[in-house]
Design a protein around this ligand. Structure first.
Ligand code: HEC
Ligand code: HEC
Length: 374
């Protein structure tokens, strides 16, 4: 009897914690997102008369989104600029900045996708393709890009023998064609032209493309060499910090995704995500810091004199999966950037704390009160 009770309780708590982490947590982080201005006032409010982003799609573009889904375009195309290793997708020219959850809030059909057989389309509307080009590509990609495996959709067009005002010319080796787009084709092209993340948001800025001359680089390197003789970090520490920074910024398995909430500059987001710069949570007690990086944190806390009451699900992809070494590295990093300076954390220290709480369910977030009581 007793065992059945424990068994049921075990199952119940597993479900409750999973629900807290994945439903309540996600809702708390993303549920209240609304359009906002590129920059906020100091008190976190939206400046008067500011343009709000993202903008809603036009009706025809929303209809195009439905066609896009029904034609299966998302099986080969993603619509999310990813921040792989600091700006990789941006370097490919797929966008000006990584995509963030707020970019999608006004779309009825969100086609983020996950497989990239073709290029990412989150910003195809910024690539200066004319409507004619996009129609021709939709009709027969191979007439524009030799050997393209993007499937042609000739059934969306009417083919005419003679040119007229509303026909588009398809030049071909064999014979020229004149096509008239159907309504479905018009919708898809309107949708593609609307796909653009050409605005900044408080949580994300454009990735700066460094335009540095060779002379400047040479000067910089000299300066660093001179400098580093004076205050050179031991190589193991420099390695931990750079690996930690990668984990902080990484949005793929093995990453911590920390930047999406606490921001690349460690300043957090007013009212939602607390800052790590200057935080005594970060600079203070290591045990507390390690525990919340393993299991997450919820409920009211105070950081730099400001109260927050939000949820941090166990960090990592998947949640709670960061290894001892990864936790040691990412914490050593946040203790030593943005003006922070505190001792490093080793993987042995993380291991000791992990063992001391080994009976704790993996998804059970800490509360400030509980951490104080320990
Ligand atoms: C079988 C995988 C596949 C499917 C399905 C697919 N595409 Fe493509 N797509 C590609 C590949 C590969 C390319 C790159 C070669 C090219 O430009 O034709 C591409 C290129 C494109 C481009 C040009 C992008 C650029 O920036 O140059 C557009 C626009 C596009 N696809 C739209 C679509 C639409 C709309 C659909 C659905 C009707 C679709 N694709 C379905 C594979 C696919
Ligand atoms: C999905 C958003 C999110 C992600 C990702 C995230 N955090 Fe947090 N973090 C929060 C929130 C929200 C809180 C405050 C929780 C509360 O109110 O109880 C917090 C609190 C903290 C705190 C204590 C308060 C402070 O500001 O010093 C630290 C330290 C911290 N997070 C570090 C990290 C690290 C390191 C990572 C990556 C491994 C990370 N966080 C990933 C949202 C996030």
């Amino acid at each position: 009897m007793n065992n059945i009770f424990k068994f049921a309780l075990g199952i119940l708590s597993t479900l409750v914690f999973a629900w807290l982490a994945f439903v309540v947590g996600a809702r708390a982080q993303f549920g209240d997102l609304e359009p906002t201005s590129s920059t906020l006032n100091e008190d976190g409010s939206i400046p008067e008369d500011a343009d709000l982003y993202p903008k809603a799609f036009s009706g025809i573009a929303q209809q195009g989104a439905v066609e896009y889904v029904s034609l299966g375009c998302a099986t080969c195309h993603t619509q999310q600029v990813r921040l792989v290793e600091a700006g990789f997708d941006v370097e490919r020219g797929w966008g000006k900045r990584p995509s963030v959850p707020r970019d999608y809030i006004l779309q009825n059909e969100v086609s983020i996708g996950n497989t990239r057989v073709g290029p990412d389309l989150a910003n195809v509307g910024l690539r200066d393709y004319s409507d004619e080009w996009l129609h021709q590509h939709l009709f027969e990609p191979q007439s524009l890009v030799e050997d393209s495996i993007c499937p042609p959709s000739p059934f969306l067009y009417e083919i005419k023998d003679e040119p007229s005002a509303n026909t588009i010319l398809i030049k071909n080796d064999k014979e020229d064609k004149h096509i008239v787009p159907s309504l479905r084709a018009e919708r898809i092209v309107a949708y593609l032209q609307s796909l653009k993340q050409d605005y900044e948001l408080p949580e994300i800025s454009f990735v700066e493309e460094p335009k540095i001359s060779d002379d400047e680089i040479a000067e910089e390197t000299e300066a660093i060499e001179v400098d580093s003789n004076a205050t050179q970090l031991p190589s193991w520490l420099a390695e931990q910090i750079s690996s930690g920074k990668e984990i902080y910024m990484k949005a793929a398995p093995g990453g911590g995704l920390c930047f999406t909430c606490h921001q690349p500059n460690g300043q957090g987001l007013a009212g939602q995500f607390p800052p790590l710069a200057g935080s005594d949570w970060v600079l203070g007690d290591k045990e507390r810091l390690i525990k919340i990086t393993m299991h997450g944190l919820m409920g009211e806390i105070e950081v730099n004199g400001v109260k927050y009451n939000n949820v941090m699900a166990p960090p990592g992809i998947p949640p709670g999966s960061l290894t001892n070494q990864q936790i040691a590295d990412v914490l050593t990093y946040i203790r030593n950037d943005w003006g922070n300076s505190a001792s490093s954390i080793s993987k042995e220290e993380v291991k000791t704390i992990r063992e001391s709480v080994k009976d704790r369910p993996a998804m059970q977030m800490w509360t400030a009160a509980e951490l104080e009581a320990n």
